[in-house]
Design a protein around this ligand. Structure first.
Ligand SMILES: Nc1ncnc2c1ncn2[C@@H]1O[C@H](COP(=O)(O)OP(=O)(O)OP(=O)(O)O)[C@@H](O)[C@H]1O
Ligand SMILES: Cc1cn([C@H]2C[C@H](O)[C@@H](COP(=O)(O)O)O2)c(=O)[nH]c1=O
Length: 173
């Protein structure tokens, strides 16, 4: 799964905002991103109950890091709407210097894709990673796709083995 899920009605509002086709007030767009996760919770739970492992792109962590990079938003305020979401067993942070990210495909088209903003987002992620209640792993994304993939695969297989019979937790609760 990936977030934002741009296929739903809420996701379409978000997509139009990210593509700079519309403007939304900063608090309200933050809440829309969160609502876009909550609307997927029944499906997430259904899949987990069926024994399906989910790999989820971005999720609540991008929600907090991106909004709190805007002036006047605390980490705490940004976390609040996502408290209680299904908690991931593992969160992998693909670390890449914003100066290197600029040279990767499609960069710079959507809202937020500027080096200055991304540097602040990076600092917010560093803050989030101090929270020991979440199982963070940092992956060096400056290497080849094959090397990055190998690390992700090993970490994923290990965590699936470790947690397969454990109940799903609640994020930030
Ligand atoms: N390790 C790598 N080395 C070189 N290029 C890469 C590597 N990983 C991804 N890319 C390229 O960089 C671009 C962005 O990759 P990708 O979509 O995986 O990044 P992302 O952070 O998920 O982007 P988004 O901001 O859309 O979420 C793609 O063109 C992809 O092929
Ligand atoms: C989930 C989420 C994402 N964002 C930001 C992060 C990116 O700039 C875009 C999504 O881009 P992608 O290519 O579709 O991954 O949205 C955010 O600000 N808040 C969120 O909750």
């Amino acid at each position: 799964m990936r977030f934002p899920d741009r296929t739903t009605k809420i996701g379409q509002l978000i997509s139009s905002y990210l593509e700079k086709k519309s403007n939304l007030e900063d608090h309200s767009v933050h809440l829309l991103f969160s609502a876009n996760r909550w609307e997927m919770v029944p499906l997430i739970k259904q899949k987990l109950e069926q024994g399906i492992n989910l790999v989820v792109d971005r999720y609540a962590f991008s929600g907090v890091a991106f909004t709190s990079a805007k002036p006047g938003f605390s980490l705490e305020w940004c976390m609040n709407p996502d408290i209680g979401l299904p908690k991931p067993d593992l969160v992998m942070f693909l670390q890449l210097n914003p100066n290197m990210a600029v040279n990767r495909g499609e960069y710079g088209i959507e809202r937020y894709e500027t080096s200055a903003f991304q540097r602040t987002v990076h600092q917010r992620f560093e803050e989030l990673m101090k929270d020991a209640s979440v199982n963070w792993k940092v992956i060096d994304a400056a290497r080849t796709i094959e090397e990055v993939h190998r690390d992700i695969k090993v970490l994923s297989e290990d965590i699936i083995r470790l947690t397969q019979n454990q109940p799903v937790g609640e994020l930030w609760r």
